[in-house]
Design a protein around this ligand. Structure first.
Ligand SMILES: [Zn+2]
Length: 131
């Protein structure tokens, strides 16, 4: 049993998919939407954040600088180092980076368009895992 918080971020970025068999091999851009899902099986018990998994503002404080540094108004093939930055690859790359920053992530969703998105889910945390 757990809570999952959702927090959405947007960024504009360019990319190309060199192995695609169609127009995605050409340099083009998207207005990306990305949702981070933060998971916890307990709530903060006291203080100003009582009753929260995490303050939404604290999620933004961790994710926004990351978006600015690697995603927003960047050429993703360069800024991420991904040779073929599909939304699937981006979701995994973002998940791994944000989790290494200490965000207790459940998953990351990357939407290339209003109707197309990919979700990457990490390994479920084990009950005895102290990390
Ligand atoms: Zn594209």
């Amino acid at each position: 049993m757990a809570w999952i918080l959702e927090k959405e971020f947007t960024f504009e970025a360019a990319h190309k998919l060199p192995f695609h068999d169609g127009k995605c091999t050409r340099l083009h851009g998207h207005s990306y939407r990305m949702t981070v899902y933060v998971e916890s099986d307990r709530l903060i018990e006291s203080g100003p954040k009582q009753g929260m998994v995490m303050d939404y503002g604290d999620i933004s404080a961790m994710v926004k600088p990351f978006v600015d540094e690697y995603l927003d108004h960047w050429y993703l093939n360069d800024s991420t180092g991904l040779e073929n930055p599909t939304s699937e690859e981006l979701a995994r790359w973002i998940f791994e980076r944000l989790r290494s920053l200490g965000l207790p992530l459940h998953s990351v969703k990357v939407c290339e368009t209003c109707t197309s998105s990919a979700v990457f889910c990490g390994e479920p945390k084990k009950k005895d895992d102290k990390h």
